[in-house]
Design a protein around this ligand. Structure first.
Ligand SMILES: CC(C)(COP(=O)(O)OP(=O)(O)OC[C@H]1O[C@@H](n2cnc3c(N)ncnc32)[C@H](O)[C@@H]1OP(=O)(O)O)[C@@H](O)C(=O)NCCC(=O)NCCS
Length: 198
């Protein structure tokens, strides 16, 4: 599953992705009811230089799945940690995109010296709990919420190569989809039908 690291130029697509989530999905993603206004504020304040944002694109280059890896402030004596938040649009679910985003984030975390990856989720979020447990995360429940932790081993040559290979593959996949989309649009234009948006 090709997963791309996103830069600030994707902010609009990230916003559009979140706005497409239903109220319930936003509650699961952010842990609370989240209005459009709060989503705007959240996306405006994502620091693409400090944190890492990953994306998965469908054939029309819509951002079908995305993950935000937020590095937590370093404190003396505590392991360097990051928080992982993920969402996949309903039409993309059950195809392994959430799993691929988590795997990609875990490898990236190892390569950036993160020792603990954690996900805060509502305890009744069955797909996320399943995803976390499948990834070997330890889950602790408290007051209807759950914190899932993953202790990460240090990076090794394998993780460096794995990340570089996935990045290259994701770039290739994106370029391929871009070309296919352009040629489809050219055909629609030739046949006198409306071009696909985006
Ligand atoms: C959680 C979420 C990201 C999963 O995305 P996804 O692309 O569907 O994930 P995957 O396809 O990789 O895996 C989903 C897994 O959950 C399982 N699953 C789905 N519904 C389930 C349920 N009700 N109970 C248990 N497992 C369930 C699937 O069978 C699959 O497991 P498998 O790979 O072993 O077959 C997606 O459901 C989502 O965006 N939810 C809303 C936002 C959210 O909850 N974010 C997490 C909090 S940060």
């Amino acid at each position: 599953m090709p997963i791309r690291e996103l830069h600030a130029g994707y902010r609009e697509q990230v916003l559009s992705h979140f706005l497409q989530l239903s109220d319930e999905d936003r509650r699961l993603r952010f842990g609370t009811q989240t209005s459009d206004e709060v989503v705007h504020h959240y996306v405006e304040h994502i620091d693409f230089n400090k944190d890492t944002v990953f994306g998965s694109f469908d054939a029309q280059l819509n951002l079908i799945g995305m993950a935000h890896l937020a590095y937590l402030p370093k404190s003396i004596g505590a392991p360097h940690a990051a928080e992982f938040g993920v969402s996949v649009l309903p039409q993309g679910r059950g195809q392994g995109i959430g799993t691929a985003l988590l795997e990609r984030a875990a490898v990236h975390s190892r390569n950036t010296r993160i020792e603990t990856l954690f996900v805060h989720c509502l305890a009744n979020n069955k797909p996320m709990m399943h995803l976390a447990q499948k990834a070997g995360m330890q889950v602790e429940f408290a007051y209807g919420d759950a914190d899932a932790y993953l202790k990460l081993p240090p990076a090794n040559p394998g993780t460096i190569v794995q990340e570089a290979a996935n990045e290259q593959w994701a770039d290739f996949d994106y370029a391929l989809k871009q070309n296919l989309k352009r040629s489809n649009n050219a055909w629609w234009w030739f046949l006198g039908r409306p071009a696909l948006r985006n």
